[in-house]
Design a protein around this ligand. Structure first.
Ligand code: ADP
Ligand code: MG
Length: 264
């Protein structure tokens, strides 16, 4: 008993919690199956490695602050005939992050921009990539706070840690020049250094309302599209996915309604 306690203490001091969890079970099994020391050690090391991998993914998912429950498997491609599954799977692999490519997702409200950007972010986390999801409105406020505290550079450097920064709803319109400026500084800083995923209800032709003057607008668009993939979510018709879901729900409710009682 004392031996076990000392062993566990040692393993813990080396941060080998996978060993602590499994050494006893595995030893019993190894003895029963006559596996030998090497095989036993190998299995333990593998369990430790799996545990660390899973913990890392959990940490990455937590840090990414992604909206919950949106996956690529849950994205109905029949609603978006312009997208190809092969292409989406390729993007989800994450090689685009190695090349600092951007992904720009356009579409009217309710066509799945947040869903798709989140699903890609999730897939990248599962591949061990560092991702951060934020809305443009929150990001601009965070950038402004950092600027006010003379910490803008540090804040942007902190964001550099993330291989993909998802900026949802860039078409939210900043109110002041200051807001536009910090957003532009961030995009310029990440250019060819780190990937950005941007979603927008507005086509490029409407972006002057975001960046205020034609020069800044052009400079921002130029940097974003230089190495980029553009995904247009226009759907099969004018109805958004939310509206279709509501119609489907209504229909199935009617379908399940008890038959109306007729008065006699
Ligand atoms: P947007 O960001 O374009 O306004 P969302 O991504 O918020 O749209 O989508 C609205 C709702 O419809 C969400 O619940 C989303 O999961 C769902 N949705 C949209 N498009 C699809 C799709 N192609 N497949 C599955 N769910 C979808
Ligand atoms: Mg959205």
């Amino acid at each position: 008993m004392k031996d076990k306690q000392q062993l566990e203490q040692l393993l813990r001091s080396f941060y080998l919690s996978g060993f602590v969890q499994h050494y006893d079970d595995f030893a019993k099994r190894a003895e029963k199956e006559k596996l030998g020391c090497l095989k036993y050690l190998h299995q333990l090391a593998q369990a430790e490695s799996d545990l660390r991998h899973n913990r890392r993914i959990e940490r990455l998912l937590l840090q990414a602050k992604l909206p919950r429950g949106k996956t690529l498997d849950g994205f109905d491609l029949s609603e978006q005939p312009s997208l190809s599954l092969v292409h989406l799977r390729e993007l989800a692999e994450g090689d685009c992050l190695d090349h600092c490519e951007n992904i720009l997702i356009f579409g009217i409200p309710g066509t799945g921009k947040t869903h798709l950007s989140t699903a890609l972010g999730r897939a990248w986390c599962l591949h061990g990539r560092r991702v951060l999801y934020t809305t443009a409105a929150t990001l601009v406020q965070d950038l402004l706070t950092a600027k006010r505290d003379l910490l803008l550079n540090q804040f942007i450097k902190k964001l550099d840690r993330y291989e993909a920064l998802i900026i949802d709803d860039i078409s939210y319109i900043p109110h002041s020049r200051d807001e536009t400026d910090v957003l532009f500084v961030l995009l310029a800083e990440r250019y060819e250094k780190r990937s950005v995923v941007v979603t927008s209800n507005l086509a490029f032709s409407g972006w002057e309302s975001i960046f205020k003057d034609p020069m800044t607008t052009r400079a921002a668009i130029d940097r974003l599209i230089h190495h980029s993939t553009i995904l247009e979510l226009n759907g099969t018709d004018e109805e958004s996915y939310r509206q279709k879901e509501a119609t489907r729900r209504k229909r199935s409710r009617h379908h399940n309604d008890p038959p109306e009682l007729t008065k006699h």
